[in-house]
Design a protein around this ligand. Structure first.
Ligand code: NAD
Length: 381
């Protein structure tokens, strides 16, 4: 029997779709059947008719859940556990942060494949790296959001009415999103400065042609090439230097994360007071746990008494749904074949990629990090 790949419609304001018509075409050429929930691509301007033209079928949500061997999603659907036992669900499931959902999926006998847990340094996994593809979209959009809220131009403009100076943009954190923000702000003509605690990231900033902010701080690279948490002395020294440096910028974009930790506060209340009225700060790290900017909240814009606009970014990739879905669909189209052998789902945890992303299988949580996160949660409650 041919394996059936289902695509569910997202909810909760998420505009991306896990598979585009182009992706559906790729999977059908691979010998798979594709069933898309009616209207799944609508918010990203992909019509049901485009999926049908690519060889997919359209059905109800109930049909997708009842018939699919593999269900593709972007965010974990609230009804994910109603997938049938033995089926796999593939998406940005975020199960490390929500191990209780892993427990639910395991109990339902669903194989959960959390693409956000992909081992990112494996070269054969690069095409599957949805965190990278979506961070690229977020970094790009963060600059457009900042430019939209800023009262001046980003480029230097020479007109008969005079010459304007280019905006000074500072990007804190130069991982995937930060480097894309730097590149986008440079394309718009701004004068861009970047900063990161990792040495490799400082070299990446310089390679874009942007200026590297020198805070006199030693590099702090940790496990897996990610940033490590700074010691409190290091963090204080960095903060003092950053507070000093920040006042001359018009736009500040922050993207600094430390895996498994609260994002560090890099723009303090004192630093916000040094920015000039009209300056704009966009915090890509804003989350319910806190962000890089004092007081920022996701999806919330506020203006300080001094007149600095602070934008806590929400789900920026969802606001560029066509491009974000196209990149995401390419990622999941690369993940699906890894889960199959001779056209059928074959879970093999000896495979490095599967061991990274498969969280539940055969009724159990098989991912040690998610297991440990659940044990910690149970110990607290
Ligand atoms: P991230 O979202 O975890 O963090 C964003 C950036 O914030 C990082 O560059 C980090 O160094 C920086 N940061 C953390 N604390 C900071 C602080 N106090 N001050 C300033 N900056 C701070 O990172 P990401 O964008 O998901 O990925 C970054 C890491 O992942 C890098 O090691 C990158 O090379 C690696 N990566 C590798 C691949 C690959 O090999 N294919 C793909 C993607 C990412």
């Amino acid at each position: 029997m041919t394996t059936l790949i289902g695509v569910v419609r997202e909810s909760g304001g998420e505009r991306r779709v896990a598979l585009t018509p182009d992706g559906a075409g790729r999977l059908t050429k691979f010998g798979l059947q594709v069933l898309v929930e009616a209207g799944a691509g609508q918010q990203a301007w992909f019509d049901d008719a485009d999926y049908v033209a690519a060889g997919a079928a359209i059905g109800s949500r109930e049909q997708v859940y009842a018939d699919s061997d593999v269900i593709l999603c972007v965010r974990p659907p609230t009804d994910a556990a109603s997938a049938r036992a033995g089926a796999a669900i593939v998406g940005l499931l975020g199960l490390l942060a929500d191990p209780a959902l892993a427990e639910k999926l395991a109990a339902a006998g669903v194989t959960a494949v959390s693409v956000d847990l992909l081992p990112r340094t494996l070269s054969r996994a690069q095409g599957m790296d949805a965190l990278t593809s979506q961070a690229n979209v977020a970094g790009y959009k963060a600059v457009l959001v900042a430019a939209g809220a800023y009262g001046g131009y980003l480029p230097m403009l020479m007109t008969a009415a005079g010459t304007t100076r280019p905006a000074q943009v500072l990007v804190l954190g130069a991982g995937v999103a930060g480097l894309q923000a730097i590149a986008t702000a440079r394309r718009l003509g701004a004068m861009v400065t970047g900063y990161d605690v990792r040495e490799a990231a400082r070299a990446d900033i310089a390679s874009t042609g942007a200026t590297v902010l020198d805070l006199g701080a030693a590099a702090a690279t940790g496990e897996g090439g990610y940033a490590r948490q700074l010691t409190s002395d290091e963090a204080q020294a960095q903060q003092r230097a950053l507070d000093e440096a920040i006042g001359r910028f018009d736009i500040v974009i922050t993207t600094a994360q430390v895996p498994g930790r609260r994002p560090p506060v890099l723009v303090t209340v004192g630093a916000l007071d040094r920015l000039h009225p009209g300056a704009v700060v966009v915090d890509l790290a804003a989350s319910d746990l806190g962000g890089n900017v004092a007081g920022s909240q996701p999806d919330t814009t506020s203006v300080t008494p001094r007149g600095v606009t602070v934008i806590g970014a929400g789900n920026l990739p969802s606001s560029v749904p066509q491009a974000a879905s196209t990149a995401y669909a390419r990622n999941v189209c690369a993940v699906v074949p890894v889960l199959l052998a001779e056209g059928e789902i074959r879970i093999d945890l000896a495979d490095e990629i599967q061991a990274g992303v498969v969280v539940t299988h055969d009724g159990a949580i098989v991912h040690p990090l998610v297991r440990a996160a659940l044990d910690r949660k149970e110990a607290v409650s």
